[in-house]
Design a protein. Structure first.
Length: 343
């Protein structure tokens, strides 16, 4: 990159390489590439061959996902951009001359679940310190839900006019195949991070199945989470109707939403809960955690206390009632508004 050449927009996504953040990044790149905006993407080396096509008129820089490499990049290109969009919670490493928008989307910066190890909790203490130290390097914060907006302002003492609601998420392409929605089927789309609560969910489902001899639980746990994967395989060996499909390409994921009656969502912390919105858009009803993030994006059919296995069992049991209220999404996709803001 020629650091003396002025570029309209920097998209800094160096800390994003997997999960819901990667889904949003891919969608954002696809939408931005349909515009005439001149931009440079700062991306994690790990996704160098795993992101949407970027046209030749735009530029890409791949770096290690580190604070030091990011700092060097900003130091060397202090005057290179008109606007900067940080899609990954942290503002630029130094004060820039460009107008800066930072997308904050991790509730773990606000509150770390007690289920995390002491090491993980300490990591987030350090991350909060870094975010606080960099907070003056952004002009505006963008968030996904009213709940995150309120908690973020309170935690980091940010003024009301500096934080805007800007949720966005990719719609699925229409599924061409034939799919039959299976009764008493439950889907949980998530990697097995500790706060995603897979262990309590699996224990609850097995207890529910022992009581009612009904149900099927579909999970998407990859090989990166061997402790949870081993538990799943043990339960399958014991005869429980659990299916783990592993990592699922997004284009294939829609088939699972269309074939399941319920999305069950026991996560202990979410900024957005993309799976909740996706599931409702594709006809699933939601059995969700009785936590504020759920109500920020939808009206669920059934709720439960995600900290108690007995309550999750009760959530499963209530789903057998034929009079379950249909779930309703409360979120509007504002990706076009976001791109207009960055133009």
């Amino acid at each position: 990159m020629n650091k003396n050449k002025k570029i309209m927009l920097l998209v800094d996504a160096i800390f994003i390489n997997e999960g819901g953040g990667k889904v949003l990044l891919d969608y954002f790149i696809t939408k931005l590439e349909d515009t005439q905006i001149s931009c440079l993407y700062l991306l994690d080396k790990r996704i160098e061959k795993n992101h949407p096509k970027i046209k030749s008129t735009n530029q890409v820089v791949y770096l290690n996902s580190s604070l030091l490499d990011r700092f060097k990049f900003y130091r060397n290109h202090r005057d290179s951009f008109s606007k900067i969009f940080c899609l990954g919670n942290l503002p630029p490493s130094i004060k820039m001359k460009a107008e800066v928008f930072t997308y904050f989307h991790s509730p773990l910066y606000l509150k770390t679940p007690k289920e995390f190890s002491k090491i993980e909790q300490f990591k987030y203490v350090l991350k909060r310190i870094v975010l606080k130290a960099l907070s003056n390097n952004t002009d505006f914060w963008l968030v996904q839900s009213k709940l995150i907006k309120e908690e973020f302002q309170k935690k980091f003492k940010v003024k009301e006019d500096k934080v805007s609601l800007m949720p966005f998420y990719p719609p699925f392409r229409k599924f061409e195949g034939k799919v039959v929605r299976e009764s008493d089927s439950f889907l949980y789309v998530s990697n097995a991070y500790p706060h995603k609560n897979h262990i309590k969910l699996i224990d609850a489902f097995c207890a529910f199945f022992d009581q009612h001899k009904k149900g099927k639980l579909i999970l998407t746990v990859s090989d990166d989470y061997m402790d949870v994967l081993n538990m799943i395989n043990d339960k399958i060996d014991q005869g429980y109707p659990i299916v783990n499909v592993g990592f699922v390409d997004r284009n294939e994921l829609v088939r699972f939403y269309l074939s399941c009656q319920y999305l069950i969502f026991p996560s202990l912390a979410e900024s957005f809960g993309l799976g909740l919105v996706e599931a409702i858009d594709n006809g699933c009803n939601v059995i969700g955690a009785n936590l504020p993030y759920t109500y920020a994006v939808c009206e669920p059919s059934i709720v439960f206390n995600p900290y108690k296995v007995e309550s999750i069992i009760e959530g499963f049991t209530k789903s057998l009632n034929m009079d379950v209220v249909k779930s309703k999404s409360l979120i509007k996709n504002r990706v076009d508004d976001l791109i207009e803001l960055l133009d």
